[in-house]
Design a protein around this ligand. Structure first.
Ligand code: PGA
Length: 265
């Protein structure tokens, strides 16, 4: 049975004071939710604060990216063990903003994915097509190439480790991120199903277990219809994760909605 997962991606927002208010409100709001998993991915300087406030709550925390190397002369980079040292269990990888604004590629995503699982972090691999690719009917081609670049580098052992760490896929159509345009639940379902089928080509058990979350303008008002889709196992939330009431409401939907796939195993 797959539990829903809601991940807040704070991006480059926040300061010590506002983070404290936000985290305290989220802790309070999520206190009684037991049926899903909740994560906030905060900017690296605030991981210590996240650890202080979130330890012994039902909310996990993670990084927004990680370098593949264990250590070394890599100015500005953060190693996997540095995130785990600060109690992180998750890390976002291959987010479209990293790809588009910071020149990351399928190759770097693959290397970082490998580094993350070696370091014991649960990777959340973001995939998704741009508006031009969407309009050209290339969604599946792009998503497949982004997935394959990572999956092909994983040997059997690494794949097993990634599964043991409960690797997550996030489908985020780039045209839906921060734009207020959301993929329709049916559009999201089709791509999520495509992702799951592609994993099944490698390992059917893994495909049934892996969580595929949707990101791109998820709000409290559209979360229920998205999360009700059989292959949508929760959401990756940007803007709405910075507002405690919105984030809590989205988490409540994840807590309440049990997609039909969740009932099958
Ligand atoms: P958004 O961002 O919810 O603000 O669209 C999602 C993301 O980039 O992960």
């Amino acid at each position: 049975m797959r539990r829903n997962l809601v991940v807040g991606n704070w991006k480059m927002h926040g300061d010590i004071k506002s983070n404290q208010i936000l985290l305290e409100s989220i802790i309070e709001g999520l206190r009684d939710f037991k049926n899903a998993d909740y994560v906030v991915c905060v900017p690296n300087p605030y991981l210590f604060q996240a650890r202080s406030l979130l330890t012994n709550t039902n909310i996990a925390w993670g990084g927004q990216n990680v370098n593949q190397h264990e250590q070394g002369a890599f100015t500005g980079a953060v190693a996997p063990h540095m995130l785990t040292d600060l109690g992180c269990t998750y890390v976002l990888l291959g987010h479209s903003e990293r790809r588009n604004l910071f020149y990351e590629t399928n190759l770097t995503a693959a290397a970082r994915f490998d580094g993350a699982i070696k370091g014991g972090l649960t990777p959340i691999l973001c995939v998704g097509e741009t508006l031009a690719e969407h309009e050209a009917g290339l969604t599946e081609v792009i998503v497949a190439s982004q997935m394959d670049a990572v999956m092909a580098t994983l040997g059997e052992q690494e794949f097993a480790k990634a599964m043991q760490l409960n690797m997550v896929f996030a489908y985020e159509p780039v045209w839906a991120i921060g734009t207020g345009k959301t993929a329709s639940p049916e559009q999201a379902q089709l791509v999520h199903q495509f992702i799951r089928n592609r994993i099944a080509r490698r390992n059917a058990d893994a495909a049934a277990k892996v969580r595929i979350i949707y990101g791109g303008s998820v709000k409290a008002k559209n979360a229920a219809e998205l999360f009700a889709m059989p292959d949508v196992d929760g959401g990756l939330i940007g803007g709405a994760s910075l507002r405690a009431d919105e984030f809590v409401a989205i988490c409540q939907v994840a807590n309440n909605v049990t997609s039909s796939a969740c009932l099958t195993e």
